[in-house]
Design a protein around this ligand. Structure first.
Ligand code: ATP
Ligand code: MG
Length: 415
């Protein structure tokens, strides 16, 4: 199906590596993993993300299941994580809860580079902290992860979207501006103008972009607490020595954000240039039926992250190939290979009983770093030959302690 991909080896190893690093980094900062279902009631997203957003208006996979319930394949994870936080009263002991989740999201979009219908995110959320320190910390964690995995050319952009107090009057002003440019706006922007004029900043139609480059900006209309919060976030970013840019036109595609919003963009990605994005959502927990607890989080788009990683050669070949000739040695190779694999030495044998030359060709083909030769001759002399395929050297090792000798030489060496 278009927009749905298989992740094949050896690329799947890089996926595994990225997920492992995310677990390490997040675990180190005190986050715990949460796994939420892929399906949720459709209304969770329409209420959470907002009716007049691209996601809810055009992108959700929503269907009626066999019991007539209206179900959606999650297009993002924050709403589900908030639902779980409320449903399981995770705030009961203390509202401060740090969670992360890794998994697929589904949006019916036009597939292209960096845009898929099933894509994958690492999602990170902190509940229960309204202080701006956490905003800066969470961005710092994101930037740390991106640099740790080797993502190149990442720039952090931040903005403040204000709160209902300052956003409502600002929306009026923006609406008035949009009305003046009505004939040149796309259909979506016109339709959303009444209830959600901010959406126009996120519109990708060139004509709308041009108009929006002249639009009044929320930064000039922030209320005192929002302006103070934003200034503090920036100063804490500076304390942590995190480079950032203020992008006053960044609004994000989801309605739940309040105050801080941020994106990490990478020039290399072209039109789909956001690798990760997030923000504060101080009203979302309450809006979804929970207590009045603030939250902040971000999502990293793994497909886009992969696009900006350097292509390092990924080898998944065995460390050791055992070439064996004759029934006795083949049985010996079979058992030794099992024990070595169990001990963490990636070992491959030839199952087909080919000749020595053919077996060595296979060792080459699979890119094995070492080849062990076990033949009738070796059995007689009690010595096997271990060949270093890279250095083109070989040595004899005694069969009596072959397992230990191989472990000593091969384990931990890259192929
Ligand atoms: P865009 O503006 O590119 O559509 P978005 O604002 O819809 O992105 P978010 O909902 O904030 O994106 O999702 C966070 C991250 O998830 C994005 O920064 C991106 O890396 C990734 N992402 C979003 N949609 C897709 C998609 N269809 N395919 C691949 N990655 C995606
Ligand atoms: Mg989108």
């Amino acid at each position: 199906m278009r927009g749905f991909s298989d992740i094949l080896p050896p690329a799947s190893r890089r996926w595994g590596m990225l997920e492992e690093r995310a677990r390490e980094v997040l675990g180190g900062f005190g986050f715990s993993e949460i796994r939420v279902p892929i399906l949720e009631r459709a209304e969770l997203f329409s209420r959470g993300i907002g009716e007049e957003t691209d996601i809810v208006e055009k992108e959700m996979y929503t269907f009626e299941d066999r019991s007539g319930d209206c179900i959606t394949m999650r297009p993002e994870a924050t709403a589900s994580m908030v639902r779980a936080y409320i449903e399981h009263k995770l705030y009961a002991a203390d509202p401060l809860v740090k969670l992360y989740s890794i998994g697929p999201m589904f949006r019916h979009e036009r597939p292209q580079k960096g845009r898929h219908r099933q894509f994958h995110q690492v999602n990170v959320e902190v509940f229960g902290v309204s202080q701006p320190m956490i905003d800066a910390e969470i961005m710092a964690i994101l930037m740390h992860y991106l640099s740790l995995v080797g993502a190149a050319g990442c720039r952090l952009q931040v903005n403040s979207l204000g709160c209902p107090n300052c956003r409502l009057p600002y929306k009026e002003i923006l609406r008035a501006f949009l009305k003046n440019h009505l004939p040149r706006l796309c259909e979506d922007c016109r339709r959303r103008m009444e209830r959600n004029p901010l959406r126009a900043f996120d519109c990708k139609v060139p004509g709308c972009r041009e108009i929006m480059s002249e639009a009044p900006l929320i930064s000039a209309y922030l209320c005192a607490p929002c302006a103070e919060h934003f200034a503090a976030v920036r100063s804490y970013l500076e304390t942590l020595e995190i480079a950032y840019e203020v992008n006053p036109r960044m609004v994000r595609g989801l309605d739940y954000y309040t105050k801080t919003a941020f994106e990490v963009v990478a020039g290399e990605l072209g039109a789909q240039n956001a690798v990760a994005a997030g923000g504060r959502y101080d009203q979302l927990v309450a809006a979804l039926g929970g207590p009045d607890i603030p939250g902040i989080g971000f999502a990293i788009g793994m497909e886009r992250l992969l696009l900006i990683l350097p292509d390092e050669p990924l080898s998944s070949g065995p460390s050791l190939f055992i070439a064996a000739l004759g029934e006795g040695p083949r049985r010996e190779a079979f058992s030794l290979s099992y024990k070595l694999n169990r001990a963490g030495v990636r070992t491959l044998i030839d199952y087909e009983g080919r000749g020595l030359k053919a077996q060595m060709r296979r060792a080459d083909k699979f890119g094995a770093r070492y080849a062990l030769i076990l033949g009738e001759e070796e059995q007689r002399t009690g010595q096997a030959i271990l060949r270093d395929m890279k250095e083109k050297k070989q040595e004899e090792i005694p069969l009596s302690s072959i397992f230990e000798e191989i472990i000593r030489r091969v384990k931990g060496r890259s192929p």
